[in-house]
Design a binder for this molecule. Sequence first.
Ligand code: FAD
Length: 412
Amino acid sequence: MTDRETTLEYFDIIVVGGGMVGSALACATAEAGFNVCVLEMREPQQNWPKDEVDLRVSALTRASQCVLENLGVWEQMQALRISPYTDMEVWDAGGSGRIHFSAAELGEVNLGHIVENRVTQLTLWQRLESLQGVTLRCPARVTQLLLDDKPGVILDDGTHLQARLIVAADGRDSQIREMAGIGTKGWDYDQHAIVATITPQQHHGYTARQRFMKTGPLAFLPIDDGRCSIVWSTSPQEAEALMAMDDKAFSHALTLASDHMLGEIDAVGPRGVFPLRLGHAEIYIRPGLALIGDAAHAIHPLAGQGVNLGFLDAATLAETVIDAKSIGRPIGAFATLRRYERTRKGANMGMLAAMDAFKRTFSNEIPPLQMIRNLGLTLADRSGPLKHLMVRRAMGLSGELPDLARHRPVGN
Ligand SMILES: Cc1cc2nc3c(=O)[nH]c(=O)nc-3n(C[C@H](O)[C@H](O)[C@H](O)COP(=O)(O)OP(=O)(O)OC[C@H]3O[C@@H](n4cnc5c(N)ncnc54)[C@H](O)[C@@H]3O)c2cc1C
C-alpha cells in the first residue's frame, strides 16, 4: 500500500478558499447532497461594532441577491446591514456627458444593494456550519495539489484529502491556479483604489455616483445610514500622496475630486488601498479541477462586477455538477466541466474587455475621444429602450443566467 492509498479523508468536492464565492459554491453543492470540504486560511470576522462599516463593500446585483436568497442567507444579511440604492449617476469630469439610471423608470424597487463583504461572507459561513455534509477546515493551507486519476490536496499539517472535484476559489493570487500550472493574461491597470467610509454634508438620496477623471473613477456608494463607501481609483503616486494625508486634508481633496457632488466631506474613517490588476485565467478547468471567482478573473472595480461574476460562476458550476450527478456522469470529468467553462469564460471575458475599454476611454484626454465619450454618455442617457436593456443586463435581470440566479425575490 502506498502513502497515497492511506488517504485520511475523501470528499465529493474540495473548495479551496471560503470567501464569498467559494462559500456560495459549497452551500449550493452541499444542499444538493454532495459531501463538501472547505479549506480556508482565515476565520471570517464574527462580530464588529454596529455602526462600523467595513472598508470592503460590494454592489450586489439582483442576480447575486437571487443566489443569496436561494442559498438562504439573504434574510440574515438584511439583519446585519444591506443598503439598497435606487439610482445611479455616472458622469465625465472632462465634459458634460452624464447618464442617470433609476429603478423607478424600470418599475423596480431598487437597482441593487451595497453590502459589506464580511456580511456576505459571515452569513454564508454560518449557513455552511449548519449544513449536513460540510466539513470546514480553518485555518488550513494547501502545500501540494495532486491532479491525476485521484485528485487531492496535501495540507501543511500533512493531511491528505481526496475528492472527485477540487475547486479553486482562493482569490486573485490563487495558489491553486499556480500549482495547476494555469497561466493568466492581464496587466496592471497602473491604478490603486483607495477605499474608506465617509460622511458627506448632504444625504446621498440612495444614489450611487461615479465621476470619471483622467486619473480614474471616483465612486460614492450609499450606505443606509447616510454615509458613503468610496472607491477612489487613481495613479499609484496620487494614491500614495492621498494615503499620507491627515483626515482633514484627505476630506478636502475628496470634496474637490467629487466636484462637491454631496457638498463638503464632513468626516472620513480609516482608509485602505488596493492595487488594481486585470487578470484572466487562460483556462478555467482541468480534469478534477475548476477555477471560480477572482481565481479565474480579476476585474477593475469601476462597474462593481467582480463578485457578481463570481456568484454566477458558483451557480453555474453547481448546476453543472448537480446535473452530471443526476445522470450518473463523473463530476470531475473534463467533458462535464467543459459546460461550466464554455458558459462562464466567454461571459466573463466580455465583461473584462468591456470594463477595460471603458477604463481606457475615460482615462484618455485626446479631445476627439473626450467629445465622443461625452456624446456617447448623453446619447445613451436619452436612448430609452437601449438604456433599459443596458441597466437590466448590469443588474442581472436579463441574459443567460443559471437557475440559482433566476428566482425572482418577493418584496425588495
Ligand atoms: C476596491 C475594490 C472594490 C470592489 N467593489 C466591488 C463591487 O462593488 N462589486 C463587485 O461585484 N465586486 C467588487 N470588487 C471585487 C470583489 O471584491 C472580488 O471580486 C471578490 O472579493 C472575489 O471573491 P472571491 O471569493 O472569488 O475571492 P476573495 O474575496 O479573494 O476570497 C478568497 C478566499 O480564499 C482564501 N484563501 C486564499 N488563498 C488560500 C489558500 N491558499 N488556502 C486557503 N484559503 C485561501 C482567502 O482567505 C479568502 O477568504 C471590488 C474589489 C476591489 C479591490
